[in-house]
Write a protein of this length. Structure first.
Length: 91
């Protein structure tokens, strides 16, 4: 499913590790925003990572599941990617 992950991490080290983790599963569309195609298992993995590696009293991670109809209505002003670019796999 189309998924948007946003975060606000207080500590530079935790923020860097989270962004490196998310680069493995999605495309960074803005500094603290990743767009991904994830199944339920992958979303559970992200939630588990956050519980184990972040300070949830100070940090914030939001996971938004976005339906295909909603993505068709998305508008990008300026630079940006679309979910259609996520169809490519680079090996």
């Amino acid at each position: 499913m189309n998924t948007v992950i946003t975060y606000d991490i207080a500590d530079n080290k935790r923020r860097t590790k989270l962004s490196q983790f998310l680069k493995e599963i999605g495309i960074r569309s803005q500094k603290s925003v990743f767009e991904c195609r994830l199944d339920r298992r992958e979303i559970r993995e992200i939630r588990y990572y956050c519980k184990k590696n972040l300070d949830l009293a100070k940090d914030s991670v939001r996971i938004y599941r976005v339906c295909s109809k909603c993505m068709a209505k998305a508008e990008i002003q300026g630079q940006g990617i679309t979910f259609s670019q996520l169809d490519w796999i680079i090996i």
